[in-house]
Design a protein around this ligand. Sequence first.
Ligand code: IMP
Ligand code: MG
Length: 179
Amino acid sequence: MDHSHYVVDPMISAKSIAARVEVLAHEISEYFADTEKLIVVGLLRGSFVFIADLVRELDLPVEVDFLETSSYGDGVQSTREVRILKDLRGEIQGRDILVVEDIVDTGYTLKHVISLLKSRDPKRLKVCALLDKPSRREVDITADWIGFEIPDEFVVGYGIDYAQRNRNLSHIGKIRFLE
Ligand code: IMP
Ligand code: MG
């Protein structure tokens, strides 16, 4: 199939995302209410829009850091091999950490990131993912907070790309390839 021609069908509106982000931020703020400081770790690049909206709704002292892992390349297939391309700038030992991910798909990325960060001995480590595709899971892992559970579709928008495109859409849509 020729993968260069496709359309993006709407799936989750910008308004629904904003409403959900507000609820997630409220729950996270309650959970970490007693924190000295929460280090919010965004997984690049797909989480950059989500993390920007989420941190502005958190009622907590917050620091932001980023981690970049190798991705799917330009295709839609998971390589299952996760490498760290850019590590955190800050120390996390004894700190409260919230990992922010765009999508949990097979679960390999999250599994790798969680075990890496846990080896640095944080105080508490929790995960918030905007989207979850449980039907695609290959390793036993779940996020502590999930924005939306979605079916097995390839999605874009709100920071999420297909071949680096469509990150700037305000809503989330699904890719439909044209013949
Ligand atoms: P996992 O390691 O298979 O769980 O893959 C997670 C990563 O794959 C996510 O952080 C995304 O970057 C990417 N990914 C998974 N599904 C999609 C999708 O539908 N659209 C775009 N990227 C995706
Ligand atoms: Mg990603």
